[in-house]
Design a protein around this ligand. Structure first.
Ligand code: G4P
Length: 189
């Protein structure tokens, strides 16, 4: 995706060898034109796969996920990170560890929004260690639904998530893949 690569090149700030700041278009301020293109691209990649739901995790996954869902004409669900006030019986819960933040979150999705007939496309903004994507996949599988694929806006290919997801048998589609952030420079894969 040319526009996404340009945004990463022109507006991405390399904070360290591990972290790319993209708060001008993806993680804080969001670029709707870019998000529309991202949604159109994921929808093109999964056309014909009979996706019934798009699933993401709050908060930065919501924009690319809603645009994808709009294009595919299906509902979008975002997993919540905060504790739900509803009965535990009604929710699917998985633990997700963040290496970046060194904390474990419980992510939750209401059981009423996922059934064993659903064919789910998981969308997220970043792929690093894959913990969020694996957690979302476990939520889908807990519901007896199928993970058709995982769509990522920015994959950091030098971190283990992409390889681990593919080894686990998931279809993975990343719109840009970053090979390295060394020397303060973004190198695409
Ligand atoms: P993982 O899920 O792939 O294992 O990633 P990790 O635990 O390392 O990521 C934790 C959070 O940090 C996630 O956001 C993820 O999107 C974000 N993140 C990971 N690498 C980068 C990076 O290089 N740059 C930026 N800007 N973010 C990164 P989150 O905590 O869920 O935040 P949000 O979605 O509420 O914004």
């Amino acid at each position: 995706m040319k526009l996404l690569r340009e945004k990463v090149m022109n507006e991405g700030i390399v904070l360290s060898n591990q972290v790319l700041k993209v708060d001008s278009f993806l993680n804080h301020q969001m670029d709707p034109v870019l998000m529309r293109e991202v949604g159109a691209e994921f929808a093109r990649l999964y056309q014909g796969e009979k996706i019934t739901k798009v699933l993401t995790i709050e908060s930065s996954g919501i924009a690319p996920a809603i645009m994808t869902a709009l294009e595919l004409d299906v509902p979008m669900i975002f997993a919540r990170k905060n504790k739900s006030l509803t009965l535990r019986d009604d929710i699917l819960v998985e633990k997700v560890y963040s290496f970046t933040k060194q904390e474990t979150n419980e992510i939750t999705v209401s059981k009423k929004f996922l059934s064993n007939e659903d064919r789910v496309l998981i969308i997220d903004d970043f792929l690093a260690n894959g913990e969020a994507a694996f957690g979302l996949a476990r939520v889908v599988e807990q519901a007896g639904a199928s993970v058709v694929g995982i769509g990522i806006v920015i994959e950091k290919s030098f971190q283990p998530g992409a390889k681990l997801l593919q080894e686990a048998g998931y279809r993975l589609d990343s719109l840009v893949r970053i090979a390295s952030l060394e020397n303060g420079t973004v190198t695409f894969a």
